[in-house]
Design a protein around this ligand. Structure first.
Ligand SMILES: C[S@@+](CC[C@H](N)C(=O)[O-])C[C@H]1O[C@@H](n2cnc3c(N)ncnc32)[C@H](O)[C@@H]1O
Length: 250
């Protein structure tokens, strides 16, 4: 059974109760299968990261703090859903991209970046939580970012094995965004860290990295979750909220 590139149809709410129920059960079964397989190939970990996100500042707090501090004007959000975040952001000029709902542009992030010639101050990436897609989103966002701007990436720190599968299987779903972010950490021309709030907010600045991650692999999709659990503080360059603000202002 392949673990990747499931069609993101799960974003569309199916009309029929039975088909919704069936989808849920079949994803739960796939998740159990992967956990079992992961016990043999070293991917699975039963460990849980013990953080209560509800007690921390949110993505809105971080983004609006940066908007106010740096007088950022041009905001793009990739993946808007019900606009919970999009509505809360206090910039003059906002673009929201989502193929299914919310925002201002009814298209995928790939379509948006392909037709875009503009530059932005702050880009929030929270679309499809799968490695290949979020990696493309981050690289496209770097190309569309003003030099003094910042990229924020949701869902970089899954708290357990099930949250980081490339499809939702019940409970929080962060997908394998972490694999794409770890890859960004190995690039020397951008500087990356993860703020320990709101499911792990990745931060990308357009400047040379102080401490690029050295990992002996080119196949980041095959990274093991068990290794991530043991090394996530270094792999992600984890920062507290205050440290993250300092990192952004360097
Ligand atoms: C987790 S929700 C976004 C939540 C929102 N950013 C917030 O903070 O309230 C993810 C959204 O990404 C959208 N999405 C899925 N595939 C996408 C793609 N290829 N490009 C852009 N958005 C996508 C889904 O339709 C869904 O609404």
């Amino acid at each position: 059974m392949t673990k990747q590139a499931e069609n993101p149809e799960f974003y569309l709410k199916k009309e029929s109760y039975l088909s919704r129920k069936f989808d849920k059960i079949s994803r739960k079964m796939r998740a159990r299968y992967f956990a079992l397989e992961g016990q043999f190939n070293g991917d699975y970990s039963s460990q849980t990261i013990n953080i209560n996100w509800d007690e921390q500042p949110t993505r809105f707090d971080l983004i609006n703090t940066l908007v106010a501090k740096h007088n950022y004007k041009k905001y793009v959000e990739i993946g808007c859903s019900t606009d919970a975040c999009f509505k809360a952001i206090a910039t003059e000029d906002k673009i929201g991209v989502d193929p299914f709902m919310g925002g201002t542009h009814r298209m995928t992030s790939d379509e948006f970046f392909a037709q875009n010639n503009d530059k932005f101050d702050i880009i929030f990436i929270d679309g499809l939580h799968q490695y290949e897609q979020v990696k493309r989103d981050m690289l496209n966002a770097v190309a569309a970012l003003n030099d003094n701007g910042v990229i924020i990436v949701h869902d970089c720190l899954p708290k357990n094995y099930y949250a980081q599968l490339p499809f939702p299987s019940g409970g929080d779903w962060n997908g394998d965004v972490w694999k794409a972010f770890v890859e960004m950490r190995t690039l020397a021309h951008i500087d990356c860290a993860v703020c320990l709030i709101d499911h792990g907010l990745g931060i990308i600045k357009k400047r040379r990295s102080n401490n690029p991650l050295q990992l002996d692999t080119k196949d980041f999709l095959s990274l093991k979750f068990k290794d991530f659990m043991a090394n996530h503080r270094i792999w992600l360059n984890v920062k507290s909220y205050d440290e993250a603000l300092e990192f952004i202002n360097l």
